[in-house]
Design a protein around this ligand. Structure first.
Ligand code: NDP
Ligand code: 2IT
Length: 445
């Protein structure tokens, strides 16, 4: 780490005890922006790094709700409004039992740089709750979302803070959240949430965007090296929103996804997973992945096998943070994997990244590779602001161009700062410089 950043890093650790995921995300960024520190003394003078590491505002609140049996539950809600130099705070909501303040801060911190990389006018934020949606009825989900929004609405606005989905939050949840926001505020403010269903102000391709974008990034990274996804065996962890639409686009681009997973285990289907069946299981029936083998006899479901042991040339971790560690990375190296692109946020551990880097694997960090979701959210905001709606084809083309731009900017920035091929350095420096320039221009706020 650059010597001037070390005390700043230490102060972040001391002031935010126990927030290990936040520490990990900050370390990764500070470790790689050293070359920008030398080139831009004006950033240090304005204390840009210190300011970026401190959220503008953090909201923590009680979320009481009643289940179908009349029992009362108390969850904790969060919204961390991290940085609004480039636009309104923007980032998803995660509903998952593991969510702590440090989880939301890691995601919000990543979001600042990711959103800057899109080149669109969006700041960074994140929110969520330790609510566990698994096994809950639609009515329970609705009551939880209504209670959550009854506090959160006062902090939101299309020019202030614009949430979207993340793990455990999709079109259904955003509908209940929007309904409650509209009821409390008496405003049909479409642009206050993105990822909405098409039935009420949503945009074409937002649902598909993170997965499609991740596949587009992989296509571009291979293309600049004279390679493609054509004929490649691909492993995609998870089977949620990001994973499903990654599978869809990889298949359209000529690759074959041979394994997907959920938190119970791994499906290995060497002939290529059946996407329609997966969508039916996960999106329509909301069932567990293990039922896949009821219909597809040739596939195997395993609870003790690591997905990274499935041989592949491309791996797209798209489930959750720290799911790909050094052992997983070594397994990928053994099977000849050439490219790892993070569909999820921070799915690779620092040790895992190190193994991949030493092994010569092309590695694309989440803040670049999964930026398609939030980019499509910004396009949804544009459409809502102009009361317009674009076609699927037009929206997908915009997304594809944005992903190519993000790739090329990360690639060029890495070269410019003496780290050719290092997308981590390229993404962090390019995102950081964009935010830093805006913060300088806005004065000490
Ligand atoms: P979903 O809730 O739709 O899906 C999450 C998937 O990951 C599920 O299949 C889930 O399985 C699986 N999973 C969760 N924890 C584990 C675990 N410990 N081991 C194995 N599998 C696990 O979420 P998304 O697809 O929306 O999000 C996935 C990742 O992508 C997250 O890191 C998110 O932050 C990131 N992301 C999402 C974007 C979006 O637009 N949705 C945009 C950019 C990034 P199970 O059902 O068993 O829990
Ligand atoms: O991690 C992410 O980029 C998201 N969950 C999407 C955020 C958004 O506002 O669309």
């Amino acid at each position: 780490m650059h010597p001037t950043l070390e005390p700043i890093h230490q102060r972040v650790l001391d002031r935010n005890p126990g927030e290990t995921e936040f520490h990990q995300a900050v370390h990764e960024v500070l470790e790689s922006i050293g070359p920008a520190v030398d080139k831009h003394p004006e950033y240090a003078e304005a204390r840009i790094v210190e300011r970026i590491c401190e959220p503008e505002r953090q909201i923590i609140f009680r979320v009481p709700w009643e289940d179908d049996d009349g029992d009362i539950h108390i969850n904790r809600g969060f919204r961390v409004e991290f940085n609004s130099a480039l636009g309104p705070f923007k980032g998803g909501l995660r509903f998952h039992p593991t969510v702590l303040l440090g989880t939301v801060k890691f995601l919000g911190f990543e979001q600042i740089f990711k959103n800057a990389l899109t080149g669109l006018p969006i700041g960074g934020g994140k929110g969520g709750s330790d609510f566990d949606p698994r096994g809950r009825s639609d009515r329970e989900i609705m009551r939880f979302c209504q209670s959550f929004m009854t506090e959160l609405y006062r902090h939101l606005g299309e020019y202030t803070d614009v949430p979207a989905g993340d793990m455990g939050v999709g079109g259904r949840e955003l509908g209940y959240l929007f309904g409650q926001y509209k009821r409390i505020t008496n405003r049909y403010e479409s642009g206050v949430l993105t990822g909405k269903a098409l039935a009420f102000g949503g945009a074409q391709v937002r649902r598909e965007a993170t997965g499609y974008g991740s596949a587009f990034f992989a296509r571009r990274a291979l293309e600049v090296r004279g390679d493609s996804l054509e004929g490649k065996d691909v492993v995609v962890s998870g089977s949620g929103n990001v994973a499903l639409y990654t599978v869809e686009k990889v298949h359209q681009l000529g690759g074959r996804v041979v394994a997907v997973s959920d938190s119970d285990g791994v499906v290995h289907d060497p002939q290529g997973v059946d996407l329609e069946l997966l969508k039916d299981i996960k999106e329509v029936r909301r069932e567990r992945l293990r039922v896949y083998t009821d219909k597809i006899g040739r596939a195997e479901f395993s609870t003790d096998r690591s997905i990274w042991d499935v041989p592949c040339q491309v791996a797209l971790p798209s489930a959750t943070q720290n799911e790909l560690d050094a052992d997983g990375a070594r397994a990928l190296l053994r099977s000849g994997c050439r490219f790892v692109g993070e569909g999820a946020n921070m799915p690779t551990t620092p040790d895992g990244v190190e193994v991949l880097r030493e092994g010569g694997v092309i590695f694309a960090p989440g803040k670049a590779a999964n930026a398609g979701g939030v980019a499509a959210s910004a396009l949804e905001m544009q459409q809502n602001a102009s009361r317009d709606s674009w076609s699927f084809e037009y929206s997908e083309n915009r997304l594809s161009e944005i992903m190519t731009d993000i790739h090329d900017r990360c690639h060029a920035t890495a070269e410019e700062y003496g780290r050719p091929g290092d997308y981590v350095a390229g993404a962090n420096i390019a995102g950081y410089a964009r935010v830093a320039d805006a913060m300088l221009a806005l004065g000490l706020v």
